[in-house]
Structures are given as structure tokens and as C-alpha cells.
Write a new protein. Structure first.
Length: 118
């Protein structure tokens, strides 16, 4: 059985998704401020590795845990909802099927408590 990572097209697709995802985030005034002091190239590499990890691909992520990464940021449910919407839209635009996009967003949803520090 193939992993979700393989089903969506692996690394090349994840790179497209993350690039589109970042454009959407930076164009969203409710989110862009969270990244004002972020090295976006480093962030890109972290996110590609992280999405690979949670979608069953190579385990190359070596960043901090989600709760440590997001501590003190003051993220709330509307921020999480905007992020997941942008991620879903980026996946769709990158050619990921609706079923695979839904499955990927379910993986992200499982991390919500850690991301929102709840």
C-alpha cells in the first residue's frame, strides 16, 4: 500500500504545495505578521520535511515539536482555520486529488492542540 506522500507525488509535489502555501500565507494579512522575522527559505525546507513526515514520506524533519515551535505565538482557531484553508487550496492547485487533500488536512488537524498550545 502506498503512503499519502507517494499518492500525492512525493517531494516534487510537496515542494510545489509549500511554495504555493507560502505565497498564500504571505498574502494573508491575518497570518503574514507571524512570519515577518522568519527565514522563509529555511521555513520552506522545514515545512517540506515536516509534511513529508506526517504524510508517510522520508523522515527528514529535525525541527522542534509543534508545541515548542508555536509557544507564545498567540495562535487562535481562526489562524489555524486560515492556515488549513491555504494548505488545502495549495494542494488542490498543485494537482492533489480532493480525497488526498482531505486525508492530508486530517493529519494536520490531529496536530491542532499542539499548534494552538491547548
Amino acid at each position: 500500500m502506498s503512503t499519502l506522500y507517494e499518492k500525492i507525488g512525493g517531494q516534487p509535489t510537496l515542494e510545489k504545495v509549500v511554495d504555493d502555501f507560502h505565497k498564500r500565507i504571505m498574502a494573508d494579512s491575518s497570518l503574514s505578521g507571524f512570519f515577518s522575522n522568519t527565514d522563509m527559505e529555511k521555513q520552506r525546507n522545514h515545512q517540506i520535511a515536516f509534511f513529508s513526515l506526517i504524510l508517510g514520506g522520508p523522515k527528514d524533519y529535525n525541527g522542534r515539536s509543534m508545541d515548542k515551535t508555536h509557544t507564545g505565538m498567540g495562535l487562535q482557531q481562526p489562524h489555524f482555520d486560515a492556515i488549513t484553508k491555504h494548505l488545502g487550496d495549495a494542494m488542490t492547485t498543485s494537482g492533489v486529488s480532493s480525497d488526498d487533500t482531505k486525508a492530508a488536512l486530517e493529519s494536520v488537524e490531529k496536530l491542532k492542540a499542539s499548534i494552538l498550545n491547548k
